[in-house]
Write a protein of this length. Sequence first.
Length: 246
Amino acid sequence: MTTTQRERPSGRVAAQRGGARPPRRRVLARRWVVVLVMLVVTALVYLLLFTPVLGVRSVEVSGNKLVATKDIVAAAAIPDGTPMFRVDTDAARDRVARLPRVASVDVSRSWPATVRITITERIPVALVKAADGYHEIDGTGVDFAVIPKAVAGIPALVVAHAAPDDAPTVAAVAVLTHIPKQLLKRIKTITPHTPGDVQLALKDGKTVKWGNADQSERKAAVLAALLTRPGKVYNVAAPDAPAVSD
């Protein structure tokens, strides 16, 4: 009787069949790779957030004509070398927006090392005479600056208190923002007795009854045509039925 002996598998084959663990060196190598990656990431984060490697080198300002660039940069308060990733553009915008002549502002990063500030300035549409000078009023009714002398071409606003929440003020500036420059320069004063009763006094002594601020563009066009006719009082409150009287 013949006895058959089975060959035992070699050590390598046995290891493969038994799911043996990978060599210790391979495990250590993988661990070192993970550690190295973590160190590199940490170093990059530190460089970007806590060093001036990618820091602010310049602050550029555009859109300003009356507000000095140095005043805008000072208000933004972004020190040179501040890491770009840590520049708080919202906070800088809010600080610049507090400047009286600034209507709106945008602050943005321009990589690799520049912060851009874009300004929209307030434009005066009327002046209010007061003891301390002439107050400039913008198209929203905001009293934003005081100047020592009146500026030619800007009408005087006659109101008790100019403010963006004052209805007569809002009506008056709404009228002025819709009047073309050619006609605007002929206006001496604008008086909103009520929001629905705005009157203009022209430099040549004529009076214009404007009514409310509705259809102001239409009223301005009608008035331009009426002023070619002799008269002292021009009523465009109803632009489809204007009137001229002495």
